[in-house]
Every structure is written in C-alpha cells, then in structure tokens.
Design a protein around this ligand. Structure first.
Ligand code: AMP
Ligand code: GLY
Length: 420
C-alpha cells in the first residue's frame, strides 16, 4: 500500500520510520517531509491549503491512506474533505478537532461533563477581564482561544503581567480575538497521555513526560518540547483508570452527543495534582517529541493499527509494547524559541555511530545537493530505548557531542525528576 504523511517534523519522521517496517508498505510520500524522510520516502512540496490539488495528487500517486501529523490541517477540516472524496484518512474531523482548535470549546465541554480541569472564566473584553482579575489569587493563566503554536499561554505572576497578556491577545497577537480565557494556576506535575480511537472503541497509546521549557531545571520560555521520556514516571494503573474514566471517556461521549466522533490520536495534556488528573489541554494529534519517544516502544505493526483505526476495527487488535523505556533529547538551533538562524549545515551526521535501539529523527532539516541544513528551531531528535534511562541520557549526550553541531543547543537534564 502507498501511504502519505502530512507534516515535516520529528513526529512525521518517526511515523515514517514506523510505517516503513510494515510488510504491507509500498511507497511513502511526505507532504513536505524533511531531510530524514527523504531517505526513506518521497518528499513533495505542495500547498496544503489547496485541498483540490492535493486530492488530484493523492489519486495520481495511488495513495491508499493519508496520515495527518500536525493540528493545522485537522482544524482546517482536511479530514472532512478527504472523506467526502472517498480517500481514507487517519485523523479527527473538523468538529472533533475543536478540542485543540478552541480552548474555550474544550473548557465548556469540561464544565458540562464535569471533567476535572482548572477553574476558569471567559471574557469578551478587557474591562470585564480586568475586574475579574482584581478578585484573583496569583499566579493565574491567561490564554488565547485558538491555535497559537504553543505560544498563546501566559503564566502571570501579578496584575500587571495579566493586564499585558490580555491586551496582547485582544490586540490580535494570535489572530483576531473576541474572547480571552483566564484560568486558575494548577500546581502539580505534567503528563502527556495518549489514546487512539476509531470512533467506536479506543486504546491507550502510552504516556510521556515532555520538557517544554527552553532551559535546564524547567526554566525559560515555553517551547514545542526540548525532550521527553516514556512512560511518564507518574504512570500507574490507578491513575490510568482515573484518567480514562474522568477525562477521556466523558470527552468521547461529549463528541458522540454532538453527533460526531474521534478518529486518530488524542493527546491529553494533564496536570497531576496529588494523584488526581486535571485536563490542561487537548491536542488532536500525536505530541512532538512524545511521538518520537513512544513509537520506538511499539511492537505491533503500526500500519496495521492505522488501517484498523480507519476501518473501525481497532477493537480487534492488541497493542503490544516493548518493556524498555525511552528517552529523547531535542537538538535545537541556538536562540530557539526566539530568533535563530536557518540553513546552517549539519556535517558528519552520517558518521554518527548508532547502536541497536538508538535513533536520530530529523525535525527542522532539509537536504540540498546531498548536504543537510537546518530548517527550523527544533532540528534533530536523539532517542534511545533501553532499561536504564540514566545511562541512555549519558549516551544521548555523547552522541550529540560527537555530532558537535556549531549552531546547536540542547538540555542535558531531560528526565531529571526520575533521577533525583
Ligand atoms: P498549553 O498550551 O495549554 O498546554 O499550555 C502550555 C503550558 O502552560 C502547559 O504545558 C503548562 O505547563 C502551562 N499551563 C497551562 N495551563 C495551566 C494551568 N491552568 N495551570 C498551570 N500551568 C498551566
Ligand atoms: N510536545 C507538545 C506538543 O506536541 O504539543
């Protein structure tokens, strides 16, 4: 079978490598992919906002399944369009993608279905937001409603920060804003929790601990993710049960009540407070770098899982996992998540010696005349699967030091809470 993957990050390279292992795979096409995917798939640049052209290309290339990596095309309704045109696609439809596309939609859904989440208020102008703030205990969290590539969230320590944040949002920093979300700050430990669903049944798809802040000790600016390990150190059967019963199942039921369903990966960003899960946000896709961290642990044929999900027979297959854990360090461009330089050559990448269970996934890279250049803030993902995460982390650091990329920086403390 020919499969197409939408996206260009480390997540998509990991999806590509997992698919490639399947006996049933013929060709993989990446739209647009990166330098890493170009070695095992065909990269194709295409305007993904032009659904009509994309459809023609899918037919021409005889692609049997499209897998959507990032949230933007999902929120834009690419799944609805492809399904209407009888093209098989893995990912949620536009209605279900509102779980990520609108934070206010999700908060209201939580309220209606009594899903544990931070207390919140929604305000449609600066004045009302400000009078609410006067009654708040700080810190509080101010959020823009729509997609903002992880940037529309402000943790505010005082009235002044909050006012500035609200002003920026209403001034249109993240697109036209009619409303702002103000939340209570939850103190606890975060966890990324994943399920896969075919609209009828669902299965857990692992957990991970992401490190979103740019600097060691979880300091500095929020990023897309600087590294992760899987499973999360917080994972246990009791907590799993609480997450599924109190958060996931009411959410899937809420979508059913809205006459829709969830197909694909659902990623719950959770805060665990004294053993109790609270929903911080939903993403309607795999996490990045969680995907690169979790997929190497998957034993079951990934294409089989995708095919079963699309054909609504997920209930008939068992997901099997390796017992080993995994850890990922993201090598970034200096300056990320602020200003950074692109097009810096990455030399010697092919000389890095990878042992069994060592992986390098490409994220922001591109290839030109057989040379590899950086093409984004998060550039390469180094992953090791093993029984000893501490040793793996040391080994990852050695691999990155061997590469010695002059424009790179990375966090050496991924997973520090497990080793403390
Ligand atoms: P989000 O984009 O909603 O995941 O928010 C980005 C980050 O902000 C999360 O990963 C958390 O670290 C933090 N955050 C968001 N909402 C809250 C909250 N209510 N309490 C504490 N931290 C939060
Ligand atoms: N690692 C966070 C995300 O994928 O949104």
């Amino acid at each position: 079978m020919n499969v197409g993957i939408i996206g260009s990050g480390g997540r998509e390279h990991a999806l590509c490598i997992s698919l490639k292992k399947s006996k049933k795979i013929k060709n993989i096409y990446c739209f647009p992919g990166n330098a890493g995917t170009s070695f095992i798939a065909k990269n194709i640049e295409i305007d993904l906002t032009n659904f009509g052209e994309f459809k023609k290309l899918i037919h021409k290339l005889e692609i049997g399944i499209i897998i959507v990596g990032p949230e933007k095309p999902l929120v834009d309704g690419i799944v609805d369009f492809l399904e209407k045109n009888k093209i098989k696609v893995f990912g949620p439809n536009k209605a279900a993608s509102k779980l990520e596309g609108s934070k206010i939609f999700t908060k209201n859904l939580c309220k209606k279905y009594k899903i544990p989440t931070a207390n919140f208020g929604v305000f449609n102008n600066i004045k009302k937001s400000m009078s609410f703030l006067k009654k708040c205990k700080f810190p509080i969290v101010v959020k823009a409603d729509g997609l903002a590539s992880g940037k529309g969230v402000y943790i505010c320590e005082n009235l002044k920060n909050s006012k500035d944040a609200i002003k920026e949002i209403f001034d249109g920093k993240f697109g036209k804003a009619k409303k702002v979300l103000i939340e209570e700050f939850l103190e606890g430990e975060e966890m990324s929790f994943f399920i896969i669903s075919d609209g009828i049944s669902y299965k857990k798809f692992g957990s991970a601990q992401d490190h979103k802040r740019a600097l060691e000790g979880d300091k500095g600016k929020n990023t897309g993710g600087m590294g992760a390990y899987s499973p999360s150190r917080l994972e246990n059967k009791t907590l799993d049960k609480k997450i599924l019963k109190k958060i996931i199942e009411p959410t899937l039921k809420a979508l059913k009540d809205l006459k829709t369903e969830f197909v694909g990966f659902l990623y719950a960003g959770l805060m665990i407070v004294k053993g109790e899960p609270f929903l911080i946000e939903y993403n309607v896709r795999m996490g990045d770098p969680e995907c690169q961290t979790i997929l190497p642990r998957l034993k079951t044929d990934f294409l089989e899982i995708v095919d079963a999900t699309i054909n609504k027979r997920l209930g008939s297959i068992d997901l099997e996992w390796f017992v080993e854990k995994s850890i990922c360090i993201v090598l970034c461009s200096k300056g990320y998540p602020e200003k950074f330089q692109n097009n810096v050559e990455i030399k010697k990448l092919e000389k890095i010696k990878l042992k069994n269970n060592n992986y390098i996934f490409h994220a922001g890279t591109k290839i030109k005349n057989s040379r590899i250049y950086s093409n984004g803030g998060r550039v390469l993902n180094f992953v090791i699967k093993s029984k000893n995460l501490k040793q793996s982390r040391d080994d990852l650091i050695n691999l990155i030091n061997d590469l010695n990329w002059k424009n790179g920086y990375f966090r050496k403390d991924i997973g520090y809470k497990i080793f403390e």
